[in-house]
Design a protein. Sequence first.
Length: 539
Amino acid sequence: MVSPAFANAAWIVAGAPAWMAFTRALEDPAREQEKVFGRYVKTGSQTAFGREHGLYPGMNYEQFARRVPVRDYDQLAPWIERIRRGEGQVLTSDRVRRLIPTSGSTAARKLIPYTNESHREFQRAVAPWIVDLYRQRPRAIAGPSYWSVTPIGNTSAPNSEHSAVPIGFESDSEYLGGWHQMLVGAAMAVPNAVNRIDSIDALRYVTLLLLLRRRDLALISVWHPSFLELLLREIRERFDELVGDVAGGSCTVTEHVPAALRSMLQSRPNARRAKELELAGPADVISLWPRLSVVSCWADGPARAAAAQLGAALPGIAIQPKGLLASEGVISIPFAGNHPLAIRSHFFEFLDAAGRATLASDLRAGETYSVVLTTGGGLWRYRLGDVVRVTGRCGATPTISFLGKSGLVSDLRGEKLSEGFVADVLARLFAGHPPQPAFALLAPACDAAGLCYTLYVDSPPATPLHESLDELLSANPQYAYCRRLGQLLPPRIVVAGRDAYAAYCRRLTAEGQRLGDIKPACLSTRDGWSTVFAGRSER
């Protein structure tokens, strides 16, 4: 059996060429993007999309931008439907291996084409990230890692059985594919096979049991930091049961586990490890995993406060903010202490506030943009909807931070509240009245009294803030006008409790989103959150 240390070392060796190529590319992003662009228009000219839009090898960017409009998913969906029905060379000359189901800020499902070139594009970003991570934190090489596992559950697309192209991945690690996937599997403390457990409670328990068996756990990678907070809370609540299973080599939740996986959960009794856990206690994470070196998670935009709280709870353990990654593509990666654009992976354009397109090499520090992708999977000038701020340069390549979703706007009475605006409001609100809650979600709420916006937080503010919230929201003239007309009641603040993030995830997964697709958000356009959160009003 391959040891985690050997698998990690082999992964680093395998990723070294991509790391070196990415390091060189950072010094000349314009040249690298020209190469990516030239490759796309050459191969794209052989597709139905390319013929309709007049693509040809050697065309320049200005010609391309005139012929191909910026699109969102709905405008691209008819082309993807042709792929789903079995037509070849629609958006890409490469064979579409799978259609990846994902959800954005709404419940609508999207199917993203995934090709061999898509695989290579992800590798060009993931490999430099991983090599750099282990270079920065060499202690993490020695032990196994935990990468959060998304349950398969309800990820299949409607009518997917009628698709000529397979829909969905069975595990997140399939993005790596081939022997890279085998190396990752050998280094994992929790195998991806556990994603076949339908019960979320059982999945969480099994995950913790497998983690607690590993004294040598070295790295944890999750999406939202609150996901790890939930796992750590579960340890405290079920500690005696977990320790008993470690001691006995057993698992008390096997009735919720598919029969094919039960043998994986059986282990040799380990009284020594159980005694060590008892001495450490459920709250001392460092004693539970004395070799834990780094936690990778989202730490930008709406996840910033939660990441800060997680870091405070894990003294001595590095928190590595993730880059910006979506099912559609990789936008930035953690690298050398920054978050540069994944300059070798896709062709990037960025829309400014006036809707003007700017190339990656021309981005200005401090400015805010919306991301547009062209990818080897067949997304042509695809409006991703993610808003980023340029924070500086890594070499000559811009570095960015994620702010929120540009396409998410709540507009029930003409108030036009965007997520970017709301994110700024909450930052200002809690900057004046710290501490900032780890979970904060603004959403419309309609009852017999009328419509108002409600801010759900996981912990009570130190002072009443509803008047300050109303004042800050009223900086938006449309919102202020609706308030003056009485179309909107004054906003409320509701303490949703410490399980707010868990309740938030339960609702979205019930509506069809995968856990791995649930990005940090500070605004929801949905009503009905008052029935999801068991809270009390602070108004």
